[in-house]
Design a protein around this ligand. Structure first.
Ligand code: NAP
Length: 277
């Protein structure tokens, strides 16, 4: 462990020197060269786009999924096509033992986790008349416990090594409320609370922020009511859904040193949408 830490520091030092040399020549280095990233829910949607962007910036990428191994393998193929090391790791983020095992296998195969994107989430549009305690508990288990457990599993290692970047995926539903998806909106408000409260405890070595997307064109919304979807777009100043890659770019900004004075914050990417029909 100690040997691993010191060799990492040497790598950082030589990278800084290389960066300084390249700066003089006008050549750019990749932002996350030598870093290991874990993306929960990396098999599809926003998670997949984030894995690809991380690979383009030189990170080794661990792609978590729960059931869709085929989708995780496709993300892996896309990551490897960028020349990056990749692995897939099956785990239900709502289960503490599975999250621990996930982080252990990532560390064994790709090295200690430097970058965590706690992205895995579920959403069903359930009005209050159909909301049950079982639905509520499952939403909280994946969207809140899943983020909490993922952060808990990596934070101590990050603090020991003196470096860590965490981005958790919230939603504008968690900021403004959504009467037709009470369980989901409350779970995302909790994610905003997780980053706000962990930030002071983990600073300055570890920064933790959230990205709160508006309606984004992924499988999560593909099955939603088209009339509702159109009404959301009509209420969005940009008059469209976001793309997974647009959200991934926000996530990479929060992971990068370009946001070096930001921690505990929730950054919105919603095409300007603030009303929630
Ligand atoms: P998506 O396309 O439905 O993908 C969901 C991902 O989460 C999949 O990779 C899925 O794995 C994984 N997942 C689900 N439950 C899991 C569990 N228990 N353990 C581990 N992984 C699990 O969703 P998305 O739209 O990309 O959403 C990503 C995040 O953005 C979510 O937190 C979501 O709430 C948030 N968000 C989305 C929107 C939107 O409009 N799309 C807006 C605001 C916020 P499998 O492939 O194995 O099923």
């Amino acid at each position: 462990m100690v040997r691993g830490i010191s060799s990492r520091r040497r790598t950082h030092g030589s990278r800084a020197a290389k960066h300084a040399r390249l700066k003089g020549t006008g050549m750019a280095t990749k932002e996350f060269e030598g870093k290991t990233a874990l993306v929960t829910g990396g098999s599809r949607g926003i998670g997949r786009a984030t894995c690809v962007r991380l690979a383009q910036e030189g990170a080794r990428v661990a792609i978590n999924y729960v059931g869709r191994e085929d989708a995780a393998q496709e993300t892996r193929r896309l990551v490897e096509a960028e020349g990056a090391a990749a692995m897939t790791v099956q785990a239900d983020v709502s289960d503490p033992a599975q999250v621990e095992a996930m982080v252990q296998s990532v560390e064994a195969d790709l090295g200690p986790v430097d970058l965590l994107v706690a992205n895995a989430g579920i959403a069903d549009a359930v009005p209050h008349t159909k909301l049950t305690y079982d639905i509520w508990k499952r939403t909280m288990a994946v969207n809140v416990d899943g983020v909490f457990l993922s952060v808990m599993a990596v934070k101590d290692g990050m603090l020991e090594r003196g470096y860590g970047r965490i981005v958790c995926i919230a939603s504008i539903a968690g900021l403004f409320g959504r009467p037709m998806m009470i369980d989901y909106a409350v779970s995302k408000a909790a994610v905003v609370g997780i980053v706000r409260n962990f930030s002071g405890a983990l600073a300055p070595a570890v920064r933790i922020n959230a990205v709160a997307p508006g309606l984004t064109d992924t499988d999560m919304v593909a099955g939603s009511d088209p009339v509702w979807r159109q009404s959301v777009i009509d209420n969005t100043p940009m008059q469209r859904m976001g793309t997974a890659d647009e959200i991934a770019q926000m996530i990479l900004f929060q992971l990068s040193d370009r946001s070096s004075f930001s921690t505990g914050q929730t950054m919105v990417a919603s095409g300007g949408r603030i009303t929630l029909p």
